[in-house]
Design a protein around this ligand. Structure first.
Ligand SMILES: [Fe+2]
Length: 408
């Protein structure tokens, strides 16, 4: 990347960082602890909502979680309607269908129950209700919603995306095979309910990959160029929690303390990255999920150690800080050694969670397009420690391809 481009991208990132600090968007009201789900009806009543629009997916209905939710609403005489058409990597049609049903049912507030996909879908239904004149692709990027969205209570059933505390929502365009984010403080949920009970029944692989998504958020945010004291602290806390508790919840799904700590890790990582941004790992991952419909957290888990290796000496110092905090050490080792050890520990964690090292689905013919899309997602927006050029993205995609690894 030439010097002028590098300078202009960094200048743009500084302006965005300044804008984020000036906007100083708050946090949702956080209700946390086992049994906090019981308070959802009173939250809607307190906010003057007379009909709730539940956004979820069929899996959660089958798991009985929606029954629990509707029982609580019925007990409080709160009318509701269920929209359960959300799929992983939600597309524009899924959001538009939700908007139509919300209007038809004359609902007054949104209740998102699920992982990142239902919460993002609820946010974007809200965005389209606020901006009926503006299609989603025109809200792509930063600060394009600009109007108040309906009341939103987010109740995560996975611990990873952090969507319950972010100003972002991601959507997939099934025509262009692109996944893109819409970022606006109006998308921030009003209330986040973090109840570990909702995560006990999560399948092992989803526990693992969503947890690694939280780790990726926190590490990318921490390595990025702009911070506040609070975002740094939240990112570090999230990283430590993931190393301490993700292996525990993987082996003991109903360990209350560990599940609660993972929910907090996800929330704190979300708090950090919605202010300090994500980075090249996500830029690479989003294109793979959009093209091959692969799980977001799984992609991040595989890509994370590769990108950290690629950054080299640019991240030694920050990685050493993470290492010291997460593992409570004060060892007499160089920053480089601590960085390399931390990357090894991420690989070991992946191994423990049965996450592979490469991505079978990658087709060599797609790599150029994937790299171009990743380049345009990351640049100039993400204040990453090392800005990647097209060739860097191509190299990482090739290293992710198992056939390339075999040839090496
Ligand atoms: Fe993510």
């Amino acid at each position: 990347m030439n010097l002028f481009k590098r300078f202009s991208f960094r200048f743009y990132q500084n302006i965005i960082a300044l804008t984020t600090r000036i906007l100083n968007f708050g946090e949702p009201m956080k209700i946390i602890g086992e049994g906090s789900i019981d308070r959802i009806a009173e939250v809607f009543v307190d906010n003057g909502i007379e009909k709730v629009f539940i956004v979820t997916d069929k899996g959660l209905e089958k798991a009985g979680i929606i029954d629990t939710v509707t029982t609580i609403l019925r007990k409080a005489d709160m009318p509701y309607v269920i929209y359960d058409q959300v799929r992983p990597n939600p597309t524009i049609d899924i959001i538009e269908q939700g908007v139509t049903l919300y209007e038809l049912e004359k609902a007054q507030g949104l209740l998102a129950v699920g992982g990142g996909s239902p919460i993002d879908t609820a946010k974007l239904i809200g965005a389209r209700l606020a901006r009926p004149d503006k299609p989603l692709h025109k809200m792509r990027g930063l600060l394009k919603v600009k109007r108040s969205t309906p009341f939103l209570l987010a109740m995560p059933t996975t611990a990873g995306t952090g969507s319950e505390t972010t100003v972002a929502a991601v959507v997939r365009d099934s025509d262009s095979h692109e996944k893109y984010a819409i970022n606006d403080p109006h998308l921030l949920p009003d209330v986040a309910v973090l109840d570990p009970l909702l995560t006990y029944a999560l399948p092992k692989n989803i526990t693992a990959t969503t947890g690694m998504d939280a780790l990726t958020h926190a590490i990318e945010a921490y390595l990025n160029k702009h911070h506040t004291k609070k975002t740094k602290q939240r990112a570090l806390h999230a990283i430590k929690c993931v190393f301490d508790y993700l292996p525990v919840v993987y082996d003991e799904p109903t360990n209350k303390k560990a599940r609660l700590n993972m929910l907090e890790a996800s929330y704190d990582a979300g708090y950090a990255f919605t202010r300090d941004f994500i980075g090249n790992v996500h830029a690479i991952s989003h294109q793979l999920s959009a093209t091959y419909d692969l799980p977001h957290g799984l992609m991040n888990a595989i890509i994370l150690p590769l990108v950290l290796d690629y950054y080299g000496s640019a991240i030694y110092k920050r990685m050493a800080e993470i290492y010291d905090y997460a593992f409570e050490t004060n060892e007499e080792r160089t920053n480089q050694e601590k960085c390399e050890d931390l990357i090894d520990r991420i690989r070991s964690l992946n191994h423990k969670l049965d996450i592979p090292e490469t991505i079978e689905a990658i087709r060599v013919v797609d790599i150029n397009r994937l790299a171009k899309q990743a380049y345009h997602e990351a640049n100039p927006l993400y204040p990453v420690p090392v800005m990647f050029d097209l060739i860097d993205f191509i190299t990482v995609y090739m290293r992710l391809d198992p056939t390339f690894r075999q040839k090496k």
